[in-house]
Write a protein that binds this ligand. Sequence first.
Ligand code: NCC
Length: 277
Amino acid sequence: SSKLSGQELHCELKKRVHVRTLNGSEAPFSRLGWKELVPQRPLDQLFDPKLKTCAVVASAGAILRSSLGMEIDNHDTVLRFNAAPTERYEKDVGTKTTIRIINSQILASSTHWFNTSSLYKDVALVAWDPAPYAVNLETWYTNPDYNLFGPYKEHRKSHAEQPFYILHPSFIWELWDIIQGNTDEDIQPDPPSSGFIGIILMMILCKEVHVYEYIPSVRQTDLCHYYEQYRDDACTLGAYHPLLYEKMLIQRLNIGSEDDLRTKGKATLPGFSTMDC
Ligand code: NCC
């Protein structure tokens, strides 16, 4: 494949990406009454369109000692992932959380205290589960990777006012197709990471997206997360998720400076609405 320029790549993404959430219109969700269960406001209208800048904070250990907290908090909205905390790490990751992308492990596993932890309160939630590529919602519903459907339903019933969506598997695999379509090598047939999903979602929702420590800075380390002691290079470079290829794609879309990338681990991406294609 001949390599597209950053601008061409951006326009291809803008043309091809359509965010999609479970809306209760398809079986089995239609017969289970999910039309009434899901938020009535579509995910792509979640934010006030006047909001300008959004931050995406990757969970990498390399954000420790970055002192990026104030810069991150200066954005209108902040996206974080899974169980990534702010408490005790404010100086490096900030205090604000507007939206959280959570994979199905968070909903299904009792160790994450999904129902009681303050991490999942007062924020918009977007959950996803790695369904097989050929989407059959009936099969997925009876056999998800981790069972997110029961906890989702319970949470919707008790917190109806909290925006909480489940991404449609077709959206996840649309993103995978875009990564593969713009990569010369054959990538593994596993879904993109929450990080990549979140970055693309913010490009849909925001005028400008600032991504922190997803593309590793000079602080790159084998420390997996800033909030845990666990060490493994695969957290940054990928094993299950096609992380390396996701990151090369985001690097091609970056319109920020080389210096910001190196010193802050910051990539700047224009939102889809601001691009003339
Ligand atoms: O680790 P995780 O991701 O929660 O990290 C969120 C996103 O930050 C980016 N990241 C993280 C660490 C690192 N060193 N470099 C990074 O760039 C990635 O983009 C990542 O997506 C996930 O994607 O949902 C993932 O979730 C964890 C885990 O399920 C949750 O943290 C809940 O405990 C997965 N780990 C395991 O399954 C053991 C991880 O593979 C992917």
